[in-house]
Structure formats: C-alpha cells, structure tokens
Design a protein around this ligand. Structure first.
Ligand code: TTP
Ligand code: MG
Length: 388
C-alpha cells in the first residue's frame, strides 16, 4: 500500500513571562503591575518580569539594582523554583495529552508534533485548543507558533508575544525569513554575526542567497545546514524526553573521610564529572542531589532545586556544598554521590548560560575542550580558600 507523504506540522509553545505570571496567579493583587522576579540565590539578577515591567526596559539577566533604577515602582518578588516546576508539570501534561511526540526544551517551552492529525480537526484547531486549555485550566498565558518545522515554529511563537498565535505555511516561510537579522537563526551568535557582516551579509535573505564557499569560512562543516535554515528548511524531528531522568557520579573512598575539607574536595571533583557529562549530552537540570553513605552504611540523600537551569560545574557545586555543610561528617563518610535531575535539553546554548555568566561559560568550555581531547582526568578543580 502506498503511504501519502504528510505535510509536517510542528507546534512550539512558550509561556508568557512565565515566573512572573505564576507569581501573579498566586497573588492576583499583582495583576497589571510591573512584577520583577529575581534575587535570593539568583546572584542578584532578574529572572524575568511581567510585560508591564518590560516597558521600563527591565529584562532577564539584568542586575537587580539596575532594574530598581529603571523601574523604582516595580514589585520585586523572589524566585520560587519549586512552584514554577509544579506549574510546568501541569503544562507538560496538557501537551502529552495532545500529542505522543513532545519535546520539552526548558521549564516553559516545548515542541509538539501535530503531523497527521487531520482527523482530529487538523493541526491549527489542535494548536488553538492547547493554548485555550492552558488559559482556561491553568489561568496562564502561552504564545504559540505552528509551522512545518522546529526552526520556523520557534520563530513563530516569538513573533506576537504575549498570547500570540502565529502560523507559518511552507509558502510563507522564505518571504517571512528574508528581512530578519541573521541572529534569529539559533547558533548564530555575536561572533558569527560580525564575520558575516564582513561579507555584507546581515539579513537571512542574504544568507539564503550567499555562496556556500563563503558560508564555509564562517560556519565550517555546518555551512550547508545554516543555508538550509536560512531557506526555512529544517528536518530535525521532535524527540520525546530523554530516557535518563538524572545524571550522577559517586565515589567510594578507600578510607572513610572524617573532615569537611576532604569531603568538599571530593564533592567538587564529582560536580566536575557530572557537569561534564551533562554538557556533553547537551542537557541541563534543575535539581542537585547529594548522597552520603556513612561508615556504618547508613545512607542519606539531600536535594536542592536551583532557581535556574544548572549545567555549569560551579552551579552544581554551589547547591551540593550548601547541602554538605549541614551534614555531620565526623562519624566517617564512606561514599559521596552527586547527581542532577529534572533534565532538559535546551535548544541552543544561550539558554544554558542565560548569558549572565559568560565568564563561567568560557571557563567550563575550556575545561570541556581539554577533557574531550585528553580524557576526563586531565584536569581537576581545586578549592580556593579552605573553609572551616
Ligand atoms: P523565557 O521563556 O525566556 O522568558 P519568559 O517566559 O519569562 O518571558 P517570554 O514571554 O519572553 O517568554 O524563560 C522562561 C523562564 O525562565 C522565565 O520566566 C524565567 C527563567 N529565566 C531565567 O531565570 N533567567 C533568564 O535569563 C531567562 C531568559 C529566563
Ligand atoms: Mg517564556
């Protein structure tokens, strides 16, 4: 029997001002106000803010003091990660009830493959239902993009925020892409943008028309792929969540450790190993778990959820160390383990870094480069400044 070739329909959903919207949901008095979420352990940066606050120029990753200066009347609320994760799970449940193919990208966004659902009313009707269900059942606002592939769907969901619904048909794609800046293509960051400028390429239309030989100078082996994206072509499938629910490492010691400094040293080493594995798999997580087995084989685990995606060694260590400090290691520690869970696969790197910590990103990337070249044991982190 012949099978008809289906036109693919991919939906991308991204919640509007997600953390801020959850805060307003829980405290309706904040509705209509410039709500700014950030602080506590977020190292003093804005996580996100309501659209009212954005009018003042406030945005994610901005230092809180700057947000206060731009928007003194802002309502500043601390991050409550566990609550956002709870709402995120409800949103993802709606997605999974809609399609068997759901790929979660971060706490507030996902791709759904809606291909071949004509008998269920068609992709557009289903996509609208999803947006309505989020609004009616959870009282939260989402923006939706519907398009023939992932690249266009993600672009579409961002085009009419908040509460946008943008459909891009295969016929519209090239015309719509042409005038957009090249940085709208994921993977094209500042440095590629600069290099392209030297060849007179600034918008996607020029990129689509550019000679592959020139693109090779900027993107190397990825040149063809970039050109295809510029033409609005993207074959990447929507892939269901990772099987792995967590990534962890543990060590059993030859001799039980009885002092905090040695334990910290061991935990730091484990964090480096876990971080490397996460980044190698292009994963990031939300929760760090510390496992301790004592000399008498008693075992405890402690978990802590951070206020942003975790993939850098430093972020894992920050949480692991806080948990370790509260544990009495005097009776002797036989085994230590560190793992990261609630894993996501962020689409592109800036999401991972949230760009507020470029230095950390550079340092981790340098370490990763060494490890992939010479093996994991080439480098170990040291603790600067021992603590009592
Ligand atoms: P985003 O989807 O990028 O932002 P948003 O949902 O707040 O707003 P938009 O309407 O523009 O989509 O990120 C989702 C959540 O991730 C956001 O609510 C807070 C968190 N986050 C950070 O903690 N730090 C950051 O730098 C960014 C970009 C997001
Ligand atoms: Mg969002």
């Amino acid at each position: 029997m012949q099978q008809s070739v289906h036109q693919r329909w991919i939906m991308h959903v991204d919640m509007d001002a997600f953390y801020a919207s959850v805060e307003i949901l829980d405290n309706p008095k904040l509705k209509g106000l410039p709500v700014i979420v950030g602080g506590r352990s977020a190292r003093g940066v804005v996580s996100t803010c309501s659209y009212e606050a954005r009018k003042f120029g406030v945005h994610s990753a901005m230092p809180l003091f700057e947000a206060k200066r731009l928007c003194p009347q802002g309502v500043f609320v601390p991050v409550r990660m566990a609550r956002y994760a709870e709402m995120s799970a409800k949103i993802m449940k709606i997605f999974r009830e809609t399609s068997p193919l759901v790929e979660q990208l971060s706490i507030d966004e996902a791709f759904l493959d809606l291909t071949g659902m004509e008998r269920l009313g068609g992709a557009e009707a289903i996509a609208r239902q999803v947006q309505d269900r989020i609004q009616e059942e959870l009282k939260l606002s989402a923006s939706v993009g519907l398009a023939p592939n992932k690249f266009l769907a993600k672009l579409a969901s961002d085009m009419r925020k908040p509460h946008g619904f943008v459909k891009i048909t295969p016929e519209d794609a090239a015309g719509l892409l042409a005038p957009l800046p090249v940085t709208k293509i994921f993977g094209i960051g500042r440095s590629a943008e600069e290099k392209l400028k030297q060849f007179g390429v600034e918008i996607i239309g020029q990129l689509a028309a550019a000679d592959v030989a020139i693109l090779r100078k900027v993107f190397g082996v990825n040149a063809e792929q970039v050109k295809r994206l510029a033409l609005g072509l993207d074959d990447r499938p929507v892939v269901n969540e990772e099987e792995a629910k967590s990534i962890g490492r543990e060590t059993t010691f030859d001799r039980d450790l009885t002092d905090m400094d040695s334990c910290r040293e061991a935990v730091l080493d484990l964090c480096g190993q876990v971080g490397w594995r996460l980044r190698r798999e292009h994963l990031a997580g939300h929760t760090v778990t510390l496992k301790v087995k004592f000399a008498d084989f008693r075992m405890i685990t402690r978990s802590s959820t951070g206020d942003r995606l975790i993939a850098w060694d430093e972020d894992i260590f920050l949480l692991a160390e806080q948990m370790l400090q509260k544990i009495n290691v005097k009776p002797g520690v036989r085994l230590l383990g560190v793992s990261v869970s609630s894993l996501f696969r962020p689409e592109d790197e800036p999401v991972l870094g949230f760009e507020d910590n470029e230095r950390m990103q550079k340092r981790n990337q340098a370490i990763d480069a060494l490890k992939s070249k010479f093996g994991e044991n080439i480098i170990k982190r040291g603790i600067t400044g021992k603590r009592k």
